[in-house]
Design a protein around this ligand. Structure first.
Ligand code: NCD
Length: 310
Protein backbone atom coordinates (compact mmCIF):
# COMPACT_ATOMS: atom_id res chain seq x y z
CA UNK A 1 0.00 0.00 0.00
CA UNK A 2 1.41 3.38 -0.93
CA UNK A 3 -0.72 5.68 1.18
CA UNK A 4 -2.86 5.91 4.28
CA UNK A 5 -6.45 4.68 4.34
CA UNK A 6 -7.50 7.94 6.07
CA UNK A 7 -7.50 11.59 4.99
CA UNK A 8 -6.77 12.98 8.45
CA UNK A 9 -4.98 11.72 11.56
CA UNK A 10 -7.80 12.11 14.08
CA UNK A 11 -7.06 9.11 16.27
CA UNK A 12 -5.33 5.73 16.24
CA UNK A 13 -8.80 4.20 16.39
CA UNK A 14 -9.33 5.08 12.73
CA UNK A 15 -6.01 3.64 11.46
CA UNK A 16 -5.44 0.14 10.10
CA UNK A 17 -2.41 -1.92 11.09
CA UNK A 18 -1.05 -1.33 7.55
CA UNK A 19 -1.41 2.44 8.06
CA UNK A 20 0.70 2.21 11.21
CA UNK A 21 3.31 0.04 9.48
CA UNK A 22 3.45 2.48 6.57
CA UNK A 23 3.99 5.40 8.96
CA UNK A 24 6.82 3.47 10.68
CA UNK A 25 8.56 2.58 7.40
CA UNK A 26 8.32 6.22 6.29
CA UNK A 27 9.62 7.33 9.72
CA UNK A 28 12.60 4.94 9.34
CA UNK A 29 13.67 6.90 6.25
CA UNK A 30 13.12 10.26 7.90
CA UNK A 31 15.05 9.16 10.99
CA UNK A 32 18.07 8.48 8.76
CA UNK A 33 17.71 11.92 7.18
CA UNK A 34 17.48 13.85 10.45
CA UNK A 35 20.67 12.16 11.61
CA UNK A 36 22.61 13.35 8.56
CA UNK A 37 24.55 16.65 8.44
CA UNK A 38 21.83 18.10 6.14
CA UNK A 39 18.68 17.31 8.08
CA UNK A 40 16.16 18.68 5.58
CA UNK A 41 14.32 17.40 2.53
CA UNK A 42 12.51 19.63 -0.01
CA UNK A 43 9.40 17.36 -0.14
CA UNK A 44 6.79 19.83 1.14
CA UNK A 45 8.03 23.13 -0.32
CA UNK A 46 4.55 23.89 -1.68
CA UNK A 47 2.65 23.02 1.52
CA UNK A 48 1.58 25.43 4.28
CA UNK A 49 0.88 24.10 7.76
CA UNK A 50 -0.80 25.84 10.69
CA UNK A 51 -0.05 24.63 14.21
CA UNK A 52 -3.02 25.59 16.37
CA UNK A 53 -2.42 25.02 20.06
CA UNK A 54 -5.43 25.82 22.22
CA UNK A 55 -3.77 24.08 25.17
CA UNK A 56 -0.26 24.19 26.65
CA UNK A 57 2.48 22.13 25.07
CA UNK A 58 6.27 22.14 24.95
CA UNK A 59 7.62 19.07 23.24
CA UNK A 60 4.65 18.22 21.01
CA UNK A 61 4.54 21.73 19.57
CA UNK A 62 8.30 21.93 19.05
CA UNK A 63 8.37 18.43 17.62
CA UNK A 64 5.64 19.17 15.04
CA UNK A 65 7.26 22.47 14.10
CA UNK A 66 10.64 20.85 13.63
CA UNK A 67 9.12 17.97 11.63
CA UNK A 68 7.36 20.45 9.32
CA UNK A 69 10.51 22.53 8.84
CA UNK A 70 12.63 19.44 8.14
CA UNK A 71 10.14 18.73 5.30
CA UNK A 72 10.56 22.35 4.04
CA UNK A 73 6.89 23.27 4.59
CA UNK A 74 5.86 26.85 5.35
CA UNK A 75 4.76 26.95 8.98
CA UNK A 76 2.56 29.31 10.95
CA UNK A 77 2.02 28.98 14.69
CA UNK A 78 -0.86 30.01 16.86
CA UNK A 79 -1.46 29.58 20.55
CA UNK A 80 -4.75 30.51 22.12
CA UNK A 81 -3.28 32.35 25.10
CA UNK A 82 -2.11 35.13 22.74
CA UNK A 83 -5.06 35.03 20.28
CA UNK A 84 -8.57 36.34 19.69
CA UNK A 85 -10.04 33.17 21.23
CA UNK A 86 -9.73 35.06 24.51
CA UNK A 87 -11.97 37.70 22.86
CA UNK A 88 -14.76 35.14 22.30
CA UNK A 89 -14.14 33.95 18.72
CA UNK A 90 -15.45 30.41 17.93
CA UNK A 91 -13.12 27.57 16.94
CA UNK A 92 -14.61 27.45 13.44
CA UNK A 93 -14.21 31.20 12.91
CA UNK A 94 -10.62 31.14 14.13
CA UNK A 95 -9.73 28.26 11.86
CA UNK A 96 -11.63 29.56 8.82
CA UNK A 97 -9.75 32.83 9.10
CA UNK A 98 -6.50 30.95 9.15
CA UNK A 99 -7.58 28.82 6.18
CA UNK A 100 -8.40 31.97 4.19
CA UNK A 101 -4.64 32.41 4.24
CA UNK A 102 -4.42 29.17 2.16
CA UNK A 103 -3.33 26.59 4.70
CA UNK A 104 -3.18 22.94 3.56
CA UNK A 105 -2.72 21.10 6.86
CA UNK A 106 -3.87 21.99 10.37
CA UNK A 107 -2.19 20.45 13.40
CA UNK A 108 -4.40 21.09 16.40
CA UNK A 109 -4.25 20.56 20.14
CA UNK A 110 -7.51 21.37 21.90
CA UNK A 111 -8.94 20.78 25.39
CA UNK A 112 -12.24 19.36 24.04
CA UNK A 113 -12.44 15.66 23.12
CA UNK A 114 -13.60 15.40 19.49
CA UNK A 115 -12.44 18.91 18.50
CA UNK A 116 -10.33 17.62 15.62
CA UNK A 117 -13.12 15.35 14.33
CA UNK A 118 -15.41 18.39 14.35
CA UNK A 119 -12.85 20.39 12.42
CA UNK A 120 -12.30 17.68 9.82
CA UNK A 121 -16.03 17.71 9.05
CA UNK A 122 -16.20 21.46 8.70
CA UNK A 123 -13.10 22.70 6.96
CA UNK A 124 -11.23 21.86 3.81
CA UNK A 125 -7.74 20.96 5.08
CA UNK A 126 -6.01 17.85 6.35
CA UNK A 127 -6.24 17.68 10.13
CA UNK A 128 -3.71 16.18 12.52
CA UNK A 129 -4.89 15.74 16.10
CA UNK A 130 -2.06 16.78 18.44
CA UNK A 131 -4.13 15.87 21.51
CA UNK A 132 -7.86 16.49 22.08
CA UNK A 133 -8.65 16.71 25.79
CA UNK A 134 -8.80 13.31 27.46
CA UNK A 135 -9.54 11.54 24.16
CA UNK A 136 -6.62 10.74 21.79
CA UNK A 137 -3.03 11.78 21.12
CA UNK A 138 -2.25 9.69 18.05
CA UNK A 139 1.26 10.91 17.21
CA UNK A 140 2.37 10.23 20.79
CA UNK A 141 1.15 6.63 20.51
CA UNK A 142 2.91 6.25 17.16
CA UNK A 143 6.23 7.46 18.51
CA UNK A 144 5.82 5.29 21.61
CA UNK A 145 5.13 2.12 19.61
CA UNK A 146 7.91 3.04 17.17
CA UNK A 147 10.34 3.34 20.10
CA UNK A 148 9.33 -0.12 21.36
CA UNK A 149 9.79 -1.52 17.82
CA UNK A 150 13.22 0.11 17.67
CA UNK A 151 14.27 -1.36 21.01
CA UNK A 152 12.92 -4.90 20.53
CA UNK A 153 12.73 -5.31 16.74
CA UNK A 154 8.94 -5.68 16.87
CA UNK A 155 5.95 -4.74 18.99
CA UNK A 156 4.07 -7.99 18.43
CA UNK A 157 4.00 -10.23 21.50
CA UNK A 158 5.50 -7.62 23.82
CA UNK A 159 3.91 -7.05 27.22
CA UNK A 160 3.32 -3.39 27.93
CA UNK A 161 1.89 -1.90 31.09
CA UNK A 162 0.65 1.69 31.13
CA UNK A 163 0.91 3.08 34.65
CA UNK A 164 -0.90 5.97 36.33
CA UNK A 165 -3.76 8.26 35.43
CA UNK A 166 -5.46 6.22 32.71
CA UNK A 167 -8.81 7.95 33.28
CA UNK A 168 -7.64 11.42 32.17
CA UNK A 169 -4.91 10.39 29.73
CA UNK A 170 -5.26 10.67 25.96
CA UNK A 171 -1.81 9.07 25.73
CA UNK A 172 -3.19 5.93 27.41
CA UNK A 173 -6.15 5.49 25.06
CA UNK A 174 -4.10 6.08 21.89
CA UNK A 175 -1.38 3.74 23.18
CA UNK A 176 -3.89 0.99 23.93
CA UNK A 177 -5.33 1.16 20.39
CA UNK A 178 -1.93 1.37 18.72
CA UNK A 179 -0.16 -1.38 20.67
CA UNK A 180 -3.11 -3.76 20.34
CA UNK A 181 -3.29 -3.17 16.58
CA UNK A 182 0.38 -4.11 16.42
CA UNK A 183 -0.18 -7.33 18.38
CA UNK A 184 1.15 -6.37 21.82
CA UNK A 185 -0.48 -7.38 25.09
CA UNK A 186 -1.50 -4.24 27.00
CA UNK A 187 -2.46 -3.90 30.64
CA UNK A 188 -2.81 -0.90 32.94
CA UNK A 189 -1.80 -0.22 36.53
CA UNK A 190 -2.80 2.46 39.03
CA UNK A 191 -5.38 3.30 41.67
CA UNK A 192 -8.89 2.08 40.79
CA UNK A 193 -10.16 5.66 41.03
CA UNK A 194 -7.98 6.56 38.03
CA UNK A 195 -9.19 3.69 35.83
CA UNK A 196 -11.90 4.28 33.19
CA UNK A 197 -15.10 2.21 33.44
CA UNK A 198 -14.74 0.89 29.88
CA UNK A 199 -11.46 -1.03 30.39
CA UNK A 200 -13.18 -4.37 29.71
CA UNK A 201 -14.50 -3.09 26.38
CA UNK A 202 -10.93 -2.14 25.48
CA UNK A 203 -9.81 -5.67 26.37
CA UNK A 204 -7.33 -4.36 28.93
CA UNK A 205 -6.94 -5.76 32.43
CA UNK A 206 -5.85 -3.87 35.51
CA UNK A 207 -3.08 -4.37 38.07
CA UNK A 208 -3.55 -2.64 41.43
CA UNK A 209 -0.13 -3.76 42.56
CA UNK A 210 2.80 -1.95 40.94
CA UNK A 211 5.43 -4.62 41.60
CA UNK A 212 3.21 -7.33 40.12
CA UNK A 213 2.73 -5.16 37.02
CA UNK A 214 6.45 -4.52 36.62
CA UNK A 215 7.24 -8.21 37.05
CA UNK A 216 4.75 -9.02 34.27
CA UNK A 217 5.83 -6.47 31.66
CA UNK A 218 8.65 -5.94 29.17
CA UNK A 219 7.92 -2.21 28.98
CA UNK A 220 6.38 0.20 31.49
CA UNK A 221 4.94 3.38 29.97
CA UNK A 222 4.59 5.71 32.95
CA UNK A 223 2.15 8.62 32.83
CA UNK A 224 1.89 11.93 34.63
CA UNK A 225 -1.02 12.52 37.00
CA UNK A 226 -3.18 14.97 35.02
CA UNK A 227 -3.99 17.27 37.92
CA UNK A 228 -5.26 19.99 35.56
CA UNK A 229 -8.06 17.64 34.41
CA UNK A 230 -9.11 16.41 37.84
CA UNK A 231 -12.17 18.13 39.25
CA UNK A 232 -12.21 16.05 42.43
CA UNK A 233 -9.52 14.33 44.51
CA UNK A 234 -8.88 10.85 43.12
CA UNK A 235 -6.21 9.94 45.70
CA UNK A 236 -5.16 11.36 49.09
CA UNK A 237 -1.99 13.24 48.07
CA UNK A 238 0.80 13.21 45.48
CA UNK A 239 3.16 12.04 48.24
CA UNK A 240 0.99 9.01 48.92
CA UNK A 241 0.60 8.33 45.18
CA UNK A 242 4.41 8.38 44.84
CA UNK A 243 4.76 5.94 47.74
CA UNK A 244 2.41 3.39 46.17
CA UNK A 245 2.83 3.95 42.41
CA UNK A 246 6.14 5.82 42.06
CA UNK A 247 8.97 3.86 40.40
CA UNK A 248 12.41 4.19 41.96
CA UNK A 249 15.72 2.41 41.43
CA UNK A 250 15.32 0.12 44.46
CA UNK A 251 12.06 -1.17 43.05
CA UNK A 252 13.58 -1.77 39.60
CA UNK A 253 16.60 -3.52 41.16
CA UNK A 254 14.31 -5.79 43.17
CA UNK A 255 12.71 -7.20 39.98
CA UNK A 256 14.16 -10.43 38.69
CA UNK A 257 14.57 -8.91 35.21
CA UNK A 258 15.32 -5.82 33.16
CA UNK A 259 12.42 -3.75 31.91
CA UNK A 260 12.23 -0.65 29.70
CA UNK A 261 10.86 2.61 31.11
CA UNK A 262 8.99 5.09 28.91
CA UNK A 263 7.29 8.41 29.66
CA UNK A 264 5.59 10.87 27.26
CA UNK A 265 6.73 13.88 29.30
CA UNK A 266 6.48 16.18 31.08
CA UNK A 267 7.85 14.10 33.98
CA UNK A 268 6.97 14.98 37.53
CA UNK A 269 10.26 13.83 39.00
CA UNK A 270 9.83 12.28 42.42
CA UNK A 271 6.13 11.51 41.78
CA UNK A 272 5.70 8.85 39.07
CA UNK A 273 9.44 8.38 38.43
CA UNK A 274 12.51 9.08 40.55
CA UNK A 275 15.35 10.86 38.78
CA UNK A 276 17.66 7.85 39.02
CA UNK A 277 15.09 5.86 37.00
CA UNK A 278 14.21 8.62 34.51
CA UNK A 279 17.90 9.12 33.71
CA UNK A 280 18.94 5.44 33.89
CA UNK A 281 19.90 3.00 31.13
CA UNK A 282 16.43 1.46 31.47
CA UNK A 283 14.83 4.66 30.22
CA UNK A 284 14.23 5.36 26.51
CA UNK A 285 12.53 8.70 27.20
CA UNK A 286 14.90 10.76 25.05
CA UNK A 287 14.69 8.22 22.20
CA UNK A 288 10.94 8.78 22.29
CA UNK A 289 11.51 12.50 21.78
CA UNK A 290 13.84 11.90 18.83
CA UNK A 291 11.42 9.41 17.30
CA UNK A 292 8.61 11.94 17.69
CA UNK A 293 10.12 14.16 15.00
CA UNK A 294 10.58 11.28 12.53
CA UNK A 295 7.05 9.95 13.09
CA UNK A 296 5.46 13.40 12.76
CA UNK A 297 7.42 13.95 9.55
CA UNK A 298 6.02 10.64 8.29
CA UNK A 299 2.41 11.50 9.16
CA UNK A 300 2.57 14.94 7.59
CA UNK A 301 4.40 13.69 4.50
CA UNK A 302 1.81 10.95 3.91
CA UNK A 303 -1.17 13.28 4.43
CA UNK A 304 0.39 15.91 2.16
CA UNK A 305 0.75 13.20 -0.51
CA UNK A 306 -3.03 12.89 -0.43
CA UNK A 307 -3.46 16.60 -1.17
CA UNK A 308 -1.30 16.35 -4.27
CA UNK A 309 -3.17 13.29 -5.47
CA UNK A 310 -6.56 15.01 -5.26
C1 NCD B 1 1.20 14.39 27.03
C2 NCD B 1 -0.06 15.15 26.66
O1 NCD B 1 -0.01 16.36 26.44
O2 NCD B 1 -1.08 14.51 26.59
N1 NCD B 1 2.37 15.07 26.79
C3 NCD B 1 2.88 15.18 25.54
O3 NCD B 1 2.19 15.33 24.57
N2 NCD B 1 4.21 15.05 25.44
C4 NCD B 1 1.13 13.83 28.38
C5 NCD B 1 0.98 14.77 29.55
O4 NCD B 1 0.68 15.95 29.43
O5 NCD B 1 1.14 14.26 30.67
Amino acid sequence: MSNLSVDHLLGIKYLTTSDIELIFKTADNFKKIINQPIKKVPSLRDITIANLFFENSTRTKLSFELAEKRLSADVINFSSASSSVTKGETLLDTVNNILAMKVDIVVMRHPNPGASVFLSRNIDAKIVNAGDGTHEHPTQALLDAYSIREKYGEVKGKKIVIIGDILHSRVALSNIYCLQKLGAEVRVCGPSSLMPKHLDALNVSHFSDLKEALNWCDVANVLRIQLERQAVNYFPSLREYAMVYGINKNLLDSLGKEITIMHPGPINRGVELSSDVADSKHSIILDQVENGVANRMAVIYLLAGKIKNN
